[in-house]
Design a protein around this ligand. Structure first.
Ligand SMILES: N[C@H](CCC(=O)N[C@@H](CS)C(=O)NCCC(=O)O)C(=O)O
Ligand SMILES: [Mg+2]
Length: 478
């Protein structure tokens, strides 16, 4: 029996005032680079500075209890360390993904690169992780539950931190209308902290003429989120970033006998992936050979193939099994803190849970090993897919994991997209960024590096901003 759903309080301003605030806020976005490429302009994903529109945003910050905020922040350094420990256990990664490998070609290709690195005993002395752990606050149990841990191409460190500034500015400007305190919007330094971690990794590589290479998609409407990091690297550290697609790396790259990666004539210190996380990024063998070339080099990979695999949903589900965390972490309190935020996670070998999910599909999410939004399966689709996979039998089930569906509290909010302010019933997802940099046994950085709040209409299953379902939000601590 679910708790009586509380009637959401109306937003603190009337629609007319909200419209006026939205115009001020959209102007603020244009002035501060809180922008994305506009789908309406055919050049917006390929030509910088052309076809921009303000990033979709929530007019006022989402409320979150301060205790939940502190709990989420505290988990960041523990998850950072966990990723690094698990990444070193190649056998655990290969074994855990061995059945998925049989039925999921993309995961199989990643594992093949990982296996080749194990075969040559490839060691990554300098390891850089720029992660985001996503959570929802479950209404029924009032507990913070992890949706997933992203270890590759975590979006919005650049734009997300700007939304906190936007909201603080609006609260100040409309203080007479809103009884809100600007200081309750937590500072958000994701942009500068991620840039600092990239810069520190570059410094550990210790070749002054080397560059940071950002792996990007041929078309990218989220390029300004990426350029914020490029800008910090240049302005604050004098480090040059080059933008290359995987196919350009294949055409222009080589690994010297000493392991140095050279692309377009430039030595590469750090490879920062903002592509390569989805099968769509590997339309031909050229992209796969580029990924392998990069992995074989001594450049710092963010993420390495191992870090990438640790972030798969199958590994998330394996780590949630009893006694598995104990293989990687010693501190009992830290293990307990991680377990406390684990939602229900099952492989489809578990016939009981598959049966329950077919009976009550609304209580579950069916997840393939995919990133980038728009891949998860809900409701009647979930029932049909499970029933079909069961009939097919064999290992087809191993391509998926089942997860408990989390129901956060819905509230009324104003969302602004394309200059238009809409009122909607929304739910939010809190992402906490974590940066981890290690050089052999020296942990150079292990920190919580800001946050991302994404808010979407509660009727929408999927929650991606880039995928067009959610808006960028920030936090108001209550
Ligand atoms: N084009 C790429 C997009 C990269 C991407 O989709 N990243 C995933 C994690 S893998 C992610 O963070 N998704 C949540 C952000 C959202 O809501 O859209 C980029 O930004 O460089
Ligand atoms: Mg993800």
């Amino acid at each position: 029996m679910s708790a009586a759903v509380p009637v959401p309080a109306p937003p603190p301003v009337d629609p007319a005032t909200a419209g006026e605030m939205a115009r001020e806020a959209a102007a603020w976005c244009a002035l501060h680079g809180l922008v994305v490429g506009d789908r309406a302009d055919p050049r917006s994903a390929t030509v910088p500075g052309v076809g921009l529109v303000h990033a979709p945003f929530s007019l006022l910050p989402a409320h979150l209890p301060e205790s939940i905020w502190r709990q989420a922040c505290e988990l960041a350094t523990i998850f950072n360390e966990l990723v690094d420990r698990v990444s070193l256990d190649g056998k655990f990664l290969q074994d855990s993904l061995s059945k998925t490998r049989q039925v999921d070609d993309f995961t199989s290709r990643l594992l093949e690169i990982h296996r080749k690195m194990m075969e040559i005993n490839k060691e990554e002395n300098i390891r850089l992780g720029l992660h985001r752990s996503d959570y929802m606050l479950d209404l029924e149990t009032n507990s913070l539950l992890q949706i997933e841990l992203n270890t590759i191409s975590t979006s919005f460190p650049g734009l997300g931190s700007l939304v906190s500034d936007l909201h603080r500015s609006l609260i100040n400007q409309y203080v007479h209308l809103l009884s809100l305190e600007p200081k309750r919007v937590p500072g958000n330094a994701a942009s500068s902290k991620f840039a600092e971690a990239l810069a520190r990794a570059w410094a550990e590589f210790n070749v002054d003429s080397a560059v940071v290479m950002m792996i990007v998609q041929p078309e990218e409407r989220n390029m300004y989120d990426q350029y914020w990091l490029t800008n910090h690297l240049k302005e604050s550290y004098g480090i040059t970033t080059i933008r290359k697609t995987l196919s350009q790396v294949e055409a222009e790259g080589q690994v010297l006998p000493d392991g140095t990666l050279v692309v377009d004539g430039k030595k590469v210190a750090v490879v920062y992936y903002r592509a390569g996380y989805t099968p769509n990024d590997y339309p031909s063998e050229a992209e796969w050979s580029a990924r392998l070339l990069i992995e074989q080099s001594c450049a710092v990979k963010c993420p390495s193939i191992s870090y990438h695999l640790v972030g798969t949903k199958k590994i998330q589900q394996e780590l949630a099994k009893p006694n598995v965390l104990e293989r990687f972490l010693e501190n009992k309190e830290e293990i307990a803190k991680l377990r406390k935020c684990f939602a229900g996670l099952w492989s489809l070998d578990d016939e009981e849970i598959v049966k329950t999910a077919i009976e009550k599909p609304e209580l579950f999410v069916l997840k393939p090993q995919r990133e980038g939004g728009g891949n998860n399966i809900y409701g009647l689709d979930l029932r049909e897919t499970l029933t079909r996979l069961q009939k097919e039998g064999g290992d087809a089930l191993a391509a998926y994991i089942l997860m408990q569906r989390i129901f956060p509290k819905a509230s009324l909010a104003y969302l602004v997209r394309g200059g238009i302010c809409h009122e909607g019933l929304v739910i939010s997802e809190l992402g906490i960024y974590g940066a981890y940099l290690r050089n052999k046994d020296k942990v150079v950085i292990n920190e919580q590096s800001g946050y991302l709040m994404r808010t979407k209409v509660s009727s929408s299953d999927e929650g991606g901003v880039a995928a067009g379902f959610a808006v960028l939000d920030s936090l108001y601590l209550t």
